[in-house]
Write a protein that binds this ligand. Structure first.
Ligand SMILES: [Zn+2]
Length: 442
């Protein structure tokens, strides 16, 4: 029987619902699940078990990236210091019109290499050529919810193609892949198209991952054009009748709160992207008060620059404190709850991911705690939230398989991936005037 014993680590625990770090723990993994967690030396295990000595390290649940366009690492650092409108219309959407299936595959590989190095084991990805993305996920051992991004102008035919993808890949990669539908946003998908997407999602028993109210201007435009907010639009078109991931939802109006609270939904937050684009901040505390799940995300690296969830974790905490001018809110325990359990809820793995305890899937990151930037060792939860760096992640397991050990990626060739991506950059970064995959309205 396949067993791994992670021994002698500190472990993040949510015993009694509150985050705390327990010292000197062993974690026993059998096949793809956590079999037991206990005081070091207290667990019975198979003598053939692989033993990982994690002395001095902190075990945390694998980080979950609840909204990403991972292959956009291809466009990293190519659209800086520009307005949201220009970011879409003059940079990203022209460059994305150059993408081939192979580009998307290698972009996904690069983004996953970065995520695994950062301790991220799961991603909810929203992009194009998602069949390529699924193949990449299958080969690297990560866990993913995948949706094929579709714009309204692509029509019903494109939606049907994405259903073929769903039927082919649902439960793929030994159950590590789930698939939903991905109409892009209310501002790129007219109401009739959203209705169609919602109907097809319900018929196929899947959810919808969509962008909502990313900027105040999007809400203003929706009110002007349709007389209702983007959130109301999702309700009226039936999108909220199926499970949803509502990326960003930064600018709800009062009327949106009861709609969101009644929906089966979760809200990804990518604070670094919001700060860079000057988008503002979602009412995270209000969402939490209404029991609307909130999780962490990077969005694409063309805006966020990295796929580093640990950085989103601390930025979210500081962002909330800063905006409220109140250092007492968003304490460490709540930051940990959003990062791990909140993200698991948004990712639809509540009760399966987000905690290190018996019965959970074995997605675990081991983080070194011996750097000078973490010394002296006093408050390990604070060290995790405010001091740890992505480069402190030493070992990563997903679904019971070791994907990185001693910072060496075991399922991918990093140098080959970097070479492949670099060789594509010249062609991908070309921008032909008026040649773009969609148009961002203002
Ligand atoms: Zn996005």
């Amino acid at each position: 029987m396949n067993e791994i014993l992670i021994k002698n680590c500190d472990a993040l625990s949510f015993t009694n619902g509150k985050a705390e770090v327990l010292p000197k723990q062993d974690i026993l993994i059998r096949i793809n699940k956590i079999e037991a967690v206990g005081q070091s030396g207290s667990l019975d295990f198979n003598p053939d078990a692989e033993v990982i000595d994690a002395s001095g390290m902190l075990a945390v649940p694998g980080f979950i990236n609840t909204h990403a366009h991972t292959p956009m690492v291809l466009f990293r650092n190519l659209a800086e210091d520009v307005s949201q409108k220009d970011w879409f219309n003059e940079y990203i959407w022209p460059m994305e019109s150059n993408l081939t299936d192979e580009d998307v595959y290698w972009g996904m590989m690069l983004g996953m290499a970065e995520m695994i190095e950062n301790g991220v084991t799961s991603v909810a990805d929203h992009y194009f050529a998602v069949d390529q993305i699924a193949k990449a996920v299958e080969s690297t051992g990560m866990r993913a919810n995948l949706v094929w991004a579709v714009f309204g102008h692509q029509g019903e035919e494109k939606l049907d193609e994405t259903i073929e993808f769903i039927q082919q890949w649902q439960g793929g990669a030994n159950g590590r892949i789930t698939t939903w539908m991905g109409p892009h946003a209310p501002y790129t998908c007219p109401p009739e198209f959203l209705k169609l997407a919602a109907k097809k999602a319900a018929e196929n028993d899947v959810g919808i991952h969509i962008h909502v109210s990313e900027t105040e201007n999007q809400v203003v435009l929706s009110l002007k054009e349709h007389g209702i907010t983007p959130v109301q639009m999702l309700k009226e078109t039936g999108v909220l009748d199926v499970p949803t991931i509502l990326a960003h939802t930064l600018h709800p109006r009062e009327v949106d709160y009861p709609i969101l609270a009644a929906a089966d939904t979760g809200i990804p937050q990518a604070p670094r992207t919001y700060m860079k684009h000057g988008d503002g901040l979602a009412p995270i505390l209000k969402y939490r008060e209404l029991s609307i799940p909130v999780g962490l995300a990077t969005d694409g690296a063309a805006s966020n620059n990295t796929m580093d969830i640990m950085e989103q974790m601390r930025l979210l905490a500081m962002f909330v404190k800063y905006y409220a001018s109140d250092p007492t809110i968003m304490p460490l325990e709540e930051v940990a709850d959003i990062t791990f359990r909140g993200s698991a809820k948004v990712f639809r793995y509540d009760g399966k991911l987000g905690e290190i305890k018996a019965g959970m899937l074995a997605d675990i990151a081991l983080i070194r705690q011996d750097g000078v930037h973490m010394a002296p060792k006093s408050n390990p939860l604070s060290a995790l939230v405010y001091c740890a760096r992505a480069t402190d992640v030493d070992t990563v397991l997903c679904d019971g398989k070791v994907l990185m050990r001693g910072r060496k990626l075991l399922t991918m060739d990093k140098e080959e991936i970097k070479r492949e991506v670099q060789s594509r950059l010249g062609r991908l970064s070309q921008r032909v005037p008026n040649n773009r995959i969609a148009f961002y309205p203002t």
